[in-house]
Design a protein around this ligand. Structure first.
Ligand SMILES: [Zn+2]
Length: 512
């Protein structure tokens, strides 16, 4: 059994979950569920980034402690992930004592293994509180941060611990070139190689003007104890979640996959591997930089002010339909747009009319012509063509070509279309009128039930609840989530007792 430890970015505790957060969790969840159906030992980590100046400021504005603020937000996020069916195994919070200890241990290990990698230096620059970072000239327009034009930039000077990222240029170039799968899609990798070729600057590892965080384990020469700066606090969560430096952390580390947005690919494919290399720790196997969900051409983010109510989007047709829509419509390797019209089109065409209708027709015919007991029937062309597509499905899901979730769904829908065509061509209602054609009727419906069962398994990573409901209506044994892809080619539905239920995707459904 191979282990598959995958992570999403941890969400910053400064506002409620939005569609951008949800898209990343849903995509990673589909990958986690897919790996479980392969039989892998999956560990799926998500969490919250809870330190920083913005949290401190927001808490002060609300008259609560930072801890009280992040406790409420962590609850809000967890409730949302449960509603969306995110099957995480662990939820890490950077305020966890275990994480705080792990951060300090990692920094101490770097001091120990690579003593020259941290150094003290004075730093002065224009500081944006919105970004929690010093801004370069190219990021400042009319004296304001381009991302936060309503905020005032502050002139800040302080002495910090710096991390000698510049030392790792050759190492990182070699990593990205010799292990092309380390960072995908390829467009992201090319961006990072260009960035490295332009020269890497050292980065701050501690800050003075920051209270809400993990104390940096080593004081400055002045004796001042600073707070660990964002990268050295947030990025190590993937490692500290394993229990590092205590216990059996090495059984789980390194992670097989970090799923992150393209805006933070740089931190995960440049700063993070350099930190691990400095600590002489194994690197993660892969980083996948997904694109953004756009609404009217803008990405979802708190600061951009793009609004789409997540509750309303889930409530429109239910969590599974929302998951399906996002992963079908937004390519997981690029940007894509959300629109209500498109959502309704996909719901009606793909889910209600194509797949839901195929399921209800076939199950109804087994009830009508065979008292609900699935007959035995020889392999047909439907089984053969599905077997060929199962290979395409795996190629889209297993990472060999990246994580092309939208392609996997397209492949399954070819099977759905073929199923409906097969029903129309075979016309079981005609076969049923002629006792001499009973064998053909058995073959036809047995083949279609097998096809629906295979589709349920292939779609279980995307729509866990609807596929389980179909699995139940098919009378298939156990849970759909307990199935294994390896068994699909030999799947036999003979003797299953179908039980027609409510339509899987009622038209104009509203979950209220
Ligand atoms: Zn800013």
């Amino acid at each position: 059994m191979s282990t598959f430890f995958l992570t999403t970015a941890i969400d910053y505790a400064n506002g409620d979950p939005h569609v951008g957060h949800a898209y990343e969790k849903i995509g990673a969840d589909a990958i986690a569920r897919y790996r479980r159906l392969r039989g892998d030992d999956v560990h799926f980590l998500i969490g919250m980034d809870e330190h920083g100046q913005k949290v401190e400021q927001t808490a002060a504005q609300q008259g609560v402690t930072p801890q009280a603020l992040v406790d409420v937000l962590a609850d809000t996020f967890c409730t949302m992930w449960t509603r969306l069916g995110i099957s995480y195994d662990q939820f890490i919070r950077t305020t966890d004592p275990m994480h705080r200890e792990g951060v300090r241990a990692l920094i101490e290990r770097i001091f120990d293994r690579s003593p020259d990698d941290f150094y003290e230096q004075a730093y002065e620059g224009w500081y944006c509180v919105g970004c929690e970072s010093f801004k370069q000239d190219s990021e400042i327009v009319d004296g304001k941060c381009v991302l936060h034009p309503t905020r005032t930039l502050e002139r800040v000077q302080e002495r910090n611990w710096f991390f000698r990222l510049s030392r790792y240029e050759d190492f990182l170039r070699d990593l990205l070139t010799s292990r092309p799968q380390f960072l995908q899609p390829e467009s992201r990798r090319n961006e990072m190689l260009a960035l490295i070729d332009g020269g890497l600057e050292d980065v701050s590892a501690s800050r003075s003007r920051l209270k809400w965080g993990v104390p940096f384990p080593k004081p400055l020469s002045s004796g001042e104890v600073q707070t660990t700066y964002v990268w050295f606090d947030a990025l190590p969560n993937y490692l500290t979640a394993t229990g590092f430096p205590r216990g059996e952390w090495a059984d789980r580390w390194p992670a097989q996959l970090h799923v992150v947005g393209k805006d933070i690919t740089r931190f995960h494919s440049i700063i993070w591997p350099a930190m691990l290399q400095a600590a002489q720790l194994p690197l993660p196997e892969r980083v996948w930089g997904h694109g953004f969900v756009l609404l009217g051409g803008e990405r979802f983010s708190k600061s951009a002010g793009v609004r789409l109510d997540l509750d309303e989007a889930i409530g429109r047709f239910g969590a599974d339909a929302f998951r399906y829509f996002l992963l079908r419509e937004i390519p997981f390797d690029a940007d894509g747009s959300f629109s209500w019209e498109r959502f309704e089109e996909r719901y009606n065409a793909d889910l209600a009319n194509a797949w839901g209708n195929l399921a209800s027709r076939v199950i109804a015919m087994v009830e009508r012509y065979f008292d609900g007991v699935v007959p035995s029937g020889a392999r047909t062309q439907v089984d053969d063509e599905d077997a060929a597509e199962l290979r395409d499905y795996h190629a889209a899901m297993d990472g060999t070509r990246g994580f092309l979730l939208h392609e996997a769904l397209r492949v399954v829908w070819q099977s759905v279309v073929r199923g409906n065509e097969y029903v129309d061509r075979q016309a079981p209602w005609k076969l049923a009128k002629d006792p001499a054609l009973r064998g053909d009727l058995e073959t036809t419906l047995a083949s279609l039930i097998r096809q629906l069962a295979r589709q349920a398994v292939m779609l279980a990573p995307f729509m866990p609840n609807k596929t389980q409901e179909l699995w139940r209506q098919l009378g298939a044994p156990g849970q759909v989530s307990e199935q294994r892809f390896a068994a699909l080619p030999e799947l036999d539905a003979t003797g299953w007792k179908v039980a027609k239920g409510d339509p899987l995707f009622p038209k104009e459904a509203r979950e209220r």
